[in-house]
Design a protein around this ligand. Structure first.
Ligand SMILES: CC(=O)SCCNC(=O)CCNC(=O)[C@H](O)C(C)(C)COP(=O)(O)OP(=O)(O)OC[C@H]1O[C@@H](n2cnc3c(N)ncnc32)[C@H](O)[C@@H]1OP(=O)(O)O
Ligand SMILES: N[C@@H](CCO)C(=O)O
Length: 339
């Protein structure tokens, strides 16, 4: 695996009208570019993922896996805003010489796609075989698919949407309220909002899982009045995330997710989706309570060459990070149907 950081000193003008004066994007590649440069698989991570796609999608990417580096050149970049190596609220603002913290500009999935486009140009990749992402990663991938035109052959958008629903915005708002209620929020410190982030993740987990999943995995044996497994599970998940992620990054990326609307400034969703030239596979999860299967169906129904397939899983939204065998099967059948 090659881990690199792309640095661009050119300002990036954002949808909000603000600008990022300079940009750093941490990215990894595995495999080699073939002589025709036709084997690029570009992976976009979800809310708290990183550039190591062969780790968090280990059942799908890697030696002898569906996307095998022996066959493909697989690239994944850490999305700006995130705390895993790219420009984020913790980076130094070149205009002030101190970290941005709360002054970090608002990013949208379209801005994030513009960042990836800058990296693509830098790498000289004129053709992407497949662009694939789930959840927020799917939103960024969908935005980029509109702009890539003929440079993209296949887009795979998993457990995602063309426009963030009020339901998902609502979930994100409750999580930001949890962060705001942490008395350290507002401090100029990397650890600001850490305790609030624990609560935010616990809330988020309820949208990433299905009630039946918790009923199965957190079932109590015997009778009790307190100290339920579901409670310790959510507390544990909150602590686990707060140890590895940053509240300012979480805030930035959840706001980015809220702002997602592929139709904005393009004459609406249908017109925007209709502009995508690539073949599009939209994959929903039958138990997803956050990004409903209908939202994936809306994507496939409105692109020119769209296919819808479904993961059947008790896991809920996070099934896209768990159900490798089904994902590989759905991808295989999608590619076969195209050939
Ligand atoms: C540096 C990095 O790590 S970056 C990127 C990696 N992460 C990402 O890309 C984000 C995407 N990944 C994820 O969201 C998750 O890892 C998923 C969805 C793939 C899997 O979620 P998991 O948390 O592993 O699964 P699940 O919901 O079953 O929880 C299992 C964990 O809860 C713990 N747990 C289960 N029940 C309980 C309980 N009642 N009380 C306390 N803890 C419990 C388990 O011991 C296990 O702990 P572990 O993670 O330390 O092994
Ligand atoms: N579980 C995912 C979020 C849901 O898409 C993550 O932590 O990135």
């Amino acid at each position: 695996m090659s881990q690199q950081v792309f640095k661009s000193a050119l300002p990036l003008v954002l949808e909000s009208g603000e600008e990022l004066p300079e940009l750093e994007i941490a990215f990894t590649t595995i495999g080699s570019l073939n002589p025709e440069k036709s084997n690029v698989i570009w992976v976009v991570h979800a809310l708290t993922g990183d550039a190591n796609a062969s780790e968090w999608w280990s059942g799908l990417i890697g030696e002898d896996k569906f996307y095998d580096p022996a066959d493909y050149f697989i690239i994944c970049a850490n999305l700006p805003g995130s705390c895993y190596g790219s420009t984020s609220p913790l980076s130094n603002n070149p205009k002030t010489g101190i970290p941005y913290y709360y002054d970090f500009p608002q990013l949208t999935p379209r801005d994030l796609a513009s960042c990836l486009e800058r990296l693509r140009k830098h790498l000289g990749l004129e053709m992407i075989h497949t662009l694939i992402g789930g959840s927020l990663g799917g939103q960024v991938a969908l935005e980029w698919s509109v702009e890539l035109g003929k440079k993209l052959q296949n887009a795979v958008i998993v457990a995602s949407s063309a426009k963030t629903s009020p339901w998902t915005i609502g979930f994100n708002e409750t999580q930001r309220m949890a962060i705001e209620s942490d008395c350290s929020w507002g401090e100029h410190s990397e650890t600001a909002g850490k305790k609030g982030l624990e609560t935010a993740r616990a809330i988020a987990m309820l949208s990433y899982r299905h009630p039946a999943d918790l009923a199965r995995k957190q079932k109590e044996v015997g009778e009790k009045l307190d100290h339920f497994k579901a409670s310790s599970y959510l507390r544990y998940q909150g602590q686990k995330l707060a140890k590895r992620f940053n509240a300012l990054s979480y805030w930035t990326l959840s706001k980015a997710m809220d702002s997602h609307d592929v139709g904005r400034g393009r004459g609406g969703l249908k017109k925007a989706l209709n502009q995508i030239e690539a073949k599009v596979l939209a994959i929903g999860v039958n138990t997803d309570l956050l990004f409903l299967p209908e939202e994936s169906q809306q994507i496939s129904a409105n692109v020119v060459r769209g296919t819808y397939k479904e993961i059947i899983s008790p896991a809920g939204h996070d099934a896209f990070l768990i159900e490798y065998q089904q994902l590989a099967y759905l991808l295989k059948s999608f590619y076969l149907e195209q050939s």
